[in-house]
Design a protein around this ligand. Structure first.
Ligand SMILES: [Ca+2]
Length: 503
């Protein structure tokens, strides 16, 4: 009897392995590439002066989403939304406070991340670098959890006196805003991580399909990349942001993105006005960037410095692009991964001086629009103007993996657009941003033509500001049409659309 039981147990195990082997043959492998703080300033998005031949190569063989939007223009909440398939209002985490994240996980303990869900369905899940905001990951979701190198790798610096030595981790407030050491790609974190991913690609378990998530930390601040990428660019004044000075009709809370940095400023002996008036807001805007060494912490940023910042951002983009190229070469040579589905996204856009802002953290097009490219078997290459949201990636991946989607998801699969990039999708994208420590919440919809934003006082629920931009006549969102009486009917219609559809 005991022997019989043993035999049947082995039979069950053997059947299980046969089944997982069959899954791996049938189900696509995934390589998800996240690039931190990357606005769609790429060759394949029409920026011919930017050297991104590798992401452009991926774009050639995939669907390029021209209108993809994040749900919250800040790393932590945007990534949590993408990975859980839930929208920011459901998640309820608007700060960088890990306690809020723990409370969210407790509230939604029945909402698996896409990694956990695929793992439950037979996938080998493994992550590298920054997929979640640091400290927000759930290690159990991965067969091999995130391998970020050293903690706080974001603040990697080189010793200028001896750049050949291994890089150091600096205190955030001591980090230079930019560094361009004359070193090889692998001397810095992104290059070293890429080498690690390539080694993994060639040694994955063969009895299960794989979901690999690779998160690059640049072009996030501080701007560090090998010198050769800086040498690619010599920006002139034509690079300076259009609409750099916000008009009087644009509410301060819409474009002022330093409200979360009052404490950072205090730590270096500065008193940041809170809340600021219009002039003060312009002088202190972009403090996330201003907190680094080598850029004025308030006041005017002169043109020469702005051009150096633009060069540094572009250099970091090209450095990451080169690492994406190494990954693509390795995928193409891998018998197991050659047909992988590849998804490249950024967690939000980035102001490079638009409206005196540097960085993310607004509801504007420049902060909410992201690059999104998806390629793989059964996907028809092309460009699409269909509206997409990052919250749509979870159901899309479920669809492509032929895995049932869990019930919590608040996005929609992009599958029909991947089949036919000319197809239309949803009518609007939703984004939101919390301002002044949660006192105000701005909720935005982006339709084919308009961006409409409604700011409320969270306590009283009263509307405090409205914004309306017409992309047909004003692609840089410089004129707030909501303040003009002749647009009141249109404002009413869009506000109704926002109120009734908000998720
Ligand atoms: Ca980010």
């Amino acid at each position: 009897m005991k022997a019989l039981l043993m035999i049947s147990r082995y039979l069950v195990i053997a059947m299980f392995y046969t089944m997982t082997a069959a899954w791996s043959a049938d189900r696509p492998n995934f390589l998800m590439i996240a690039v931190d703080d990357l606005r769609p300033m790429l060759g394949c998005y029409g920026h011919s002066g930017i050297h991104t031949p590798n992401i452009d190569r991926l774009a050639e063989r995939g669907v390029v989403f021209e209108r993809a939007y994040c749900q919250y223009a800040k790393c932590g909440t945007s990534r949590l939304s993408l990975m859980t398939g839930l929208r920011p209002d459901t998640i309820g985490v608007f700060s960088n406070n890990e306690k809020d994240v723990a409370a969210f996980r407790k509230r939604h303990s029945d909402a698996p991340s896409i990694a956990a869900w695929l793992k439950q369905h037979g996938y080998h899940t493994q992550s590298f670098g920054k997929i979640y905001h640091d400290g927000w990951d759930n290690a159990a979701d991965w067969n091999v959890p995130s391998s970020p190198g050293r903690p706080r790798e974001m603040w990697e610096v080189v010793d200028d006196a001896d750049p050949g030595q291994p890089t150091l981790i600096a205190e955030r407030l001591d980090c230079p805003i930019m560094q361009s050491p004359d070193v090889d790609d692998e001397h810095l974190f992104a290059g070293r991580m890429t080498t690690q991913v390539i080694a993994t690609l060639n040694s994955l378990p063969k009895n299960a399909p794989a979901f690999l998530a690779v998160g690059y930390r640049r072009p996030h601040l501080p701007f560090i990349a090998p010198k050769k990428y800086f040498d690619m660019y010599q920006p002139d004044e034509s690079w300076l942001a259009p609409g750099a000075i916000p008009g009087d009709d644009l509410p301060v809370m819409a474009w002022y993105n330093s409200d979360g940095y009052v404490g950072s400023a205090r730590r270096v002996g500065l008193t940041m006005p809170n809340p600021p008036n219009r002039q003060q807001a312009m002088a202190w805007n972009g403090y996330e960037m201003r907190s680094y060494v080598g850029v004025p912490n308030h006041g005017t940023i002169d043109v020469a410095t702005q051009l150096r910042l633009l060069q540094a951002y572009a250099a970091c983009v090209s450095y990451v692009d080169a690492q994406v190229g190494r990954l693509l070469n390795s995928v193409d040579q891998s018998p197991q991964f050659r047909d992988a589905t590849i998804i490249l996204w950024s967690d939000h856009g980035w102001h490079l001086g638009e409206k005196t802002a540097w960085g993310k953290m607004s509801n504007y097009e420049i902060a909410t629009r992201v690059p999104l490219i998806i390629s793989g078997p059964g996907i028809s290459p092309g460009r699409t103007s269909a509206i997409a949201e990052l919250v749509d990636l979870y159901p899309t991946i479920c669809h492509l993996a032929d895995v049932e989607a869990p019930s919590q998801l608040q996005g929609e699969s992009l599958n029909t657009v991947l089949q036919d990039p000319q197809r239309k999708s949803k009518a609007v994208a939703f984004s939101q941003y919390s301002r002044f420590g949660g006192k105000y919440m701005g909720r935005a919809i982006r339709t084919d033509r308009y961006r409409f934003v409604k700011w409320i006082d969270v306590k009283t629920q009263q509307v405090v500001e409205r914004e309306l931009y017409d992309h047909q006549t004003d692609p840089h969102e410089t004129r707030n049409l909501a303040v003009r009486i002749e647009n009141s009917e249109l404002v009413q219609r869009l506000e109704h659309q926002l109120n009734t559809n908000w998720r």
